[in-house]
Design a protein around this ligand. Sequence first.
Ligand code: FEO
Length: 404
Amino acid sequence: MREAWKATNVADDIYWVGAIDWSIRDFHGYQTPRGSTYNAYLVLADKVTLIDTVKAPFKQEMLSRVASVVDPGSISYIISNHSEMDHSGCLPEVIEAVQPEKVFASTMGVKALSAHFHLDHEIVAVKDGETLSLGNRELSFVETRMLHWPDSMMTYLPGENVLFSQDGFGTHLASSERFADEIDEAILEWEAAKYFANILLPLSPLVTKALQKVEKLGITIDIAACDHGPIWRGDDVEKIVGLYGKWAAQKPTNKAVVAYDTMWGSTASMARAIAEGLTAGGASVQVMQLRACHRSDIVTEVLDAGALLVGSPNLNNNMFPTVADLLTYLKGLKPQNLVGAAFGSYGWNQAVVKQVAGILTEMKVDLVDEGLTAQYVPDNESLAQCYDLGVRVAERLKQVCSEA
Ligand code: FEO
């Protein structure tokens, strides 16, 4: 039978059989302007094995890609590296359709899949370091617990040296090209950074440990076959592994992010004056107004920054809702090693800037100022104070960078 969707050859007898989601623009609160892919892989061994599945609405696309190289009914094993529904959503229906001999997941994966789908089919638990014979090939499992769910694991295929890395090294990037070396490097790096910042940032210490674990295992990775976006091969593997090491370390740089919202333009004026001071002090600056910039882009800029300054006007004795949204999001993502400050305009209650400063303190941001305020509309003196604050933050940043 002719198939509308085709598999892509990744290496000898290994195929990409995932789905391209050209339309998704919001991935649980993370803005995805370039769409995404849900990658699944087929290993044509004696025991034909499917590694991960796709989001439920894309089941037909995945099975059609499988059918372009092999009868889906010949799949013997399914491996679930990660139970989040973008990779397991169609698993119950695929099990029903192909009737595999066995389905494997990590110990926590068995629990997570059961809690999601209440399946009748037994899921076999595999442990860290365990191997699975496919007849003429062998797979091994590397648990990456909490990267980024308790169930997460990776699967390694020696010979072709493919690491099926689930979310690790992923990008939300829909494309007709399947490999990183076919895609514009700048776009790729931005999307990989955005993925790390929005998904993996709070788990940075575990990322560092996982990279050390892989190094200790001494395995060669020629292909990093991730679950989103293009596949990394050749020199690109070393490159993305190096970037993960850098991002996870979160060493401060001389870049400052000024994120703010404004009601009548006063907090905006303060932000611009602060940015001038930061620039004069030698920092590189990104000024991001919250109704112009999405929270997921702001955290991407914060990923390689050394300073975070947050500005809010007072709205009904509370910070502006977009500022609360950003701070809630950022607090959960736990960026490290930041210096910063809070600022904002007010009419008759200065407490809001203290609220912002309080949250930044909870986030362990090293505050250079207790919170700079301006009443109603900042005059020249107020704006000069904003400029001075920028200079002071830039100076602290210089010091922090030299010590890092
Ligand atoms: Fe791509 Fe954590 O799911």
